[in-house]
Unconditional design. Structure first.
Length: 149
């Protein structure tokens, strides 16, 4: 068998209906469109969003200012004062430990440590981002900030 020998199964294909080709065709004169009216005419019919003459939804809603950046990356903020309250000296602060302490809900969430408050314990911080003020406070307390931040 070759490609040239392939044929559709018997009865599976039909010829398209050729409308407007004279009275003998059965679909002459009005070509299946009926008599008068918007839908019988060329280009007739209602466009997408037409609501029967009512002002369409797209025109009823206000035009809001600004736009939403689809590439925006959201970080969960955690302050150093919160780390000082929840962790012991020498602990490692990462997604798993933050979830275990109930500070964040998901261990794989993006976290940024911010510098609000004071920190007195030496902690090892391994989160996605650390602000400059938070990094200075952590290192001043004897801790260290490791990559990927």
């Amino acid at each position: 068998m070759e490609l040239k020998d392939l044929k559709p199964a018997a009865g599976s294909t039909k010829n398209r209906k050729r409308v407007g080709r004279g009275p003998a065709s059965g679909t002459g004169k009005t070509a299946g469109r009926g008599m008068n009216g918007q839908k019988s005419r060329a280009g007739g019919g209602k466009g997408a969003g037409f609501e029967g003459g009512q002002t369409p939804l797209a025109r009823r809603l206000p035009k809001l200012p600004g736009f939403r950046n689809i590439n925006r990356v959201e970080y969960l903020p955690v302050n150093v004062s919160r780390l000082d309250a929840k962790f012991e000296a020498g602990d490692v602060v990462d997604g798993e430990s933050l979830k275990a302490k109930g500070i964040i809900k998901h261990a794989d969430a993006l976290v940024k440590v911010l510098g609000d408050g004071e920190i007195t314990k030496a902690l090892t911080v391994r989160v996605d981002k650390v602000s400059a003020s938070a990094k200075a406070k952590i290192e001043a307390a004897g801790g260290k900030v490791e990559e990927p931040c």
